[in-house]
Ligand binder design. Structure first.
Ligand code: EPZ
Length: 417
């Protein structure tokens, strides 16, 4: 089985370009369904989740082609509005195609994505928002059948600023008669990137990135062109690796304004961080210090997706750091694997307390989920000796070339089949 073999204990020195953002390109790929023509996406990362989204597009009747990191989608030949259950189970976020298919065809058949490693992943907010836009939805035996004779603009308020529900409502609203206002919308940067792509198609949308997004439906659409934003969580992962190992690394494409709540604890831990237009440089010489409590929150709070890698960075810091995971119910699955390396972490519900230790030892490790797997790699880099990471398919959902990127920063990571 595929593994990552990590030789730990090296300081890092090097530069890496940050890949395109998984959580931006996935809703944008769903949005290509809106236009019965061409969409050109530059800076598209080669990820297994992107491959799954491409398979869904092919299943619907679209054509795609790659040139390097540019993915061209031709959705002119779209002829189906149903997504097979196997593909839905392969990638939870496939539910994002629901709003786009309703906009294109007025109907959609797919399956409840089901829970995942992070806990139950309900879609009640998605379904309620689409219902308010005029969709009739039935869910039987996990199968979702949605019909909208006519989507109607509405003023809707999300109970919580769900990223996926915001995206699904936006995509459906592009084909609704009249104006839609989505209140308590998610403010994540990936929503702003989706808005940029939609505008390139001709969609009249504003407010992306704020908690109130307005869409004027039924605009005439045309060929879309977009460059996918850099992945802020991949950048956070490499910043955590630099903090954990010490040395000096440069991340080209990392954006300070989208990482402020990640940079703050790293600076508090003793990292020197300089930001400029092209990217971010992190230096760490002295031993890391524990930091004030890290509470995950919706954007612009500390991102839940960076919790595991930040924890891995602080395992040998001097003192005690408290983490509070407020977004997902079960996002500490990496803790057991980290303690096998000698980490000292106590978990009580949503709270994890990290007591800094002198050293970590390389071990045989099993990735439990995407960001938990990345955290194991960060910890292995700062451990003494060799580590072997198994179940790395989790990591490959969101990191185009974790081994290659870390080696560009001076690590010694081998991907073996
Ligand atoms: C997106 O997931 C991201 N995935 C996640 O990244 C990220 O962790 C999450 O947003 C939060 O930032 C993609 O963009 C593909 P939510 P999403 O809807 O849209 C509850 C990664 O590692 N909720 O904002 O599913 C839900 O249970 C992944 O890259 C409902 O209760 O997140 C969760 O507790 C992991 N009902 C909270 O809201 C709903 O209808 C946040 O979920 C929808 C969500």
């Amino acid at each position: 089985m595929k593994q990552l073999l990590v030789s730990g204990g090296r300081r890092l020195h090097g530069e890496v370009h940050i890949q395109g953002a998984k959580n931006s390109v996935l809703p944008i790929l769903a949005a290509t369904v809106l236009h019965d023509g061409i969409s050109v996406l530059e800076g598209c990362p080669h990820l297994s989740d992107v491959e799954t989204a491409v398979q869904i597009l092919h299943e619907l009747g679209a054509k795609t082609s790659w040139q390097g990191h540019t993915l061209t989608v031709d959705a002119a030949g779209l002829s189906r509005c149903a997504i097979p259950e196997a593909l839905m189970r392969q990638m939870r976020s496939s539910v994002i195609f629901l709003g786009a298919l309703l906009a294109r065809f007025g109907e959609a058949e797919l399956f409840c994505p089901g829970g995942c490693e992070l806990g139950p992943r309900p879609i009640d907010l998605h379904l309620r928002a689409l219902g308010e836009l005029g969709t009739e939805i039935s869910v039987e035996g996990g199968a979702i059948r949605a019909r909208a004779k006519k989507l109607r603009g509405a003023e809707l308020t999300l109970d919580i600023p769900s990223v996926g529900a915001t995206e699904n409502a936006i995509l459906a609203a592009t084909a609704a008669e009249g104006v839609t206002v989505i209140r308590n919308a998610a403010r994540e940067p990936e929503i702003v990137d989706l808005q940029r792509f939609l505008r390139s198609l001709g969609v009249r949308i504003r407010g992306g990135g704020s908690s109130s997004v307005t869409i004027e439906g039924l605009a005439a659409l045309h060929e879309g062109h977009h460059r996918v934003m850099p992945d802020r969580i991949v950048a956070a992962t490499y910043l955590a690796a630099g903090a954990a190992c010490g040395g000096e690394i440069r991340l080209v494409g990392a954006e300070e304004k989208r990482l402020l709540t990640v940079l703050a604890p790293l600076r508090a831990a003793g990292c020197g961080i300089e930001c400029d237009k092209e990217g971010i440089t992190l230096r760490r010489e002295a031993p890391l210090l524990a930091v004030p409590p890290i509470r995950t929150a919706v954007y612009p709070g500390f991102p839940t997706d960076a919790q595991a890698v930040m924890m891995a960075a602080l395992l040998k810091s001097r003192g005690t750091t408290v983490f509070v995971e407020n977004i997902f119910e079960n996002r500490y699955r990496h803790v057991d694997e980290l303690t096998r390396m000698g980490a000292d972490i106590r978990v009580e519900g949503r709270v994890a307390v990290v007591y800094g230790v002198e050293k970590l030892c390389g071990a045989d490790l099993r990735c439990t989920d995407l960001r938990g797997g990345a955290a194991l790699a960060v910890a292995a880099l700062s451990a003494e000796g060799e580590s072997a990471l198994h179940e790395i398919h989790h990591i490959e959902r969101g990191y185009e070339d974790l081994a290659g990127d870390l080696n560009a920063l001076g690590a010694a990571v081998r991907r073996v089949i």
